[in-house]
Design a protein around this ligand. Structure first.
Ligand code: CTP
Ligand code: MG
Length: 235
């Protein structure tokens, strides 16, 4: 039997860079809260069997009603790592593969979710979707002076979902609980254990809604999707 795949969705952030006065996961996008789009994409993936959402603590009931009985909702924590850690604890016992996916990536294609899950099911302990960088990246010092320019060919931008064997993500979070060394993504915690991390091609649509302009871009992409689906397949 295929091992079961669970997805942990950190959705408890305040969305300070986006602004707007409501938590980012509940910002409207084409008439529905962002989180509803994100969960719909996860539900549409073939390999996903459980979804757990870490919601803003005061909105757990609201989010629960929004997502329906098939999605487990619990209060998130102060930092993203706290939200993920809490959600990992309530996954069903028989979940063997865990994906961690930002609520703030509402347009992620279900095919990318399945690609990450199947790479883990095929044996990789940790898998991340990556894209080449459009911009050159500079390392700068505290005064804003350029220190060096790393060659762009060897750099990638990292998206979610990131996928792990369950024992790998649990060990990574246990280690983080002990030493608290900061990292900016889940795979970073696994790297610290010496676990090899595999990459798969990311998707432009899996971008993270971070600033106001991203919301405009997301609305435009959704409008295009809608137009394409109402036109139907080309004959
Ligand atoms: N997140 C979370 N719990 C937190 C902080 C963040 O679950 N305490 C989630 C966010 O809801 C988001 C994902 O982690 O889906 C990625 O974080 P980010 O894009 O930084 O979202 P916010 O923290 O909400 O935004 P900002 O940093 O601008 O406040
Ligand atoms: Mg944040």
């Amino acid at each position: 039997m295929t091992p079961r795949v669970g997805v942990v969705v950190p959705a408890a952030g305040r969305g300070e860079r986006l602004g707007g006065g409501v938590p980012k996961a509940l910002r409207q996008l084409a008439g529905r809260p962002m989180l509803v789009h994100t969960v719909a994409a996860l539900t549409a993936a073939e390999l996903v069997s459980q979804i757990v959402v870490a919601a803003p603590p005061t909105l757990v009931e609201v989010v629960g009603r929004l997502l329906g009985p098939d999605v487990k909702v619990l209060p998130g924590g102060a930092e993203r790592v706290d939200s993920v850690r809490g959600a990992l604890r309530v996954l069903d016992d028989d979940i063997r593969v865990v994906l961690v996916h930002d609520a703030a990536r509402p347009l992620t294609p279900p095919s990318l979710v399945d690609a990450v899950a199947s790479a883990v099911l095929a044996g990789a302990p940790a898998v991340i979707p990556v894209l080449p960088l459009a911009d050159t990246v500079k390392e700068i010092d505290a005064d804003g002076m350029v220190v060096r320019t790393p060659p762009r060919d060897g750099l990638r931008a990292v998206q979610t979902p990131q996928g792990f064997r369950r024992e790998v993500i649990e060990a990574a979070y246990a280690r983080h609980e002990d030493d608290g060394v900061p990292v900016t993504d889940d795979a970073g915690l696994a790297e610290r254990l010496g676990v090899p991390v595999t990459t798969v091609p990311g998707a432009d649509e899996a971008f993270k809604v971070t600033r106001p302009a991203d919301l405009v871009f997301a609305e435009a992409m959704l409008a295009r999707r809608l137009a394409e689906s109402s036109r139907g397949p080309a004959s």
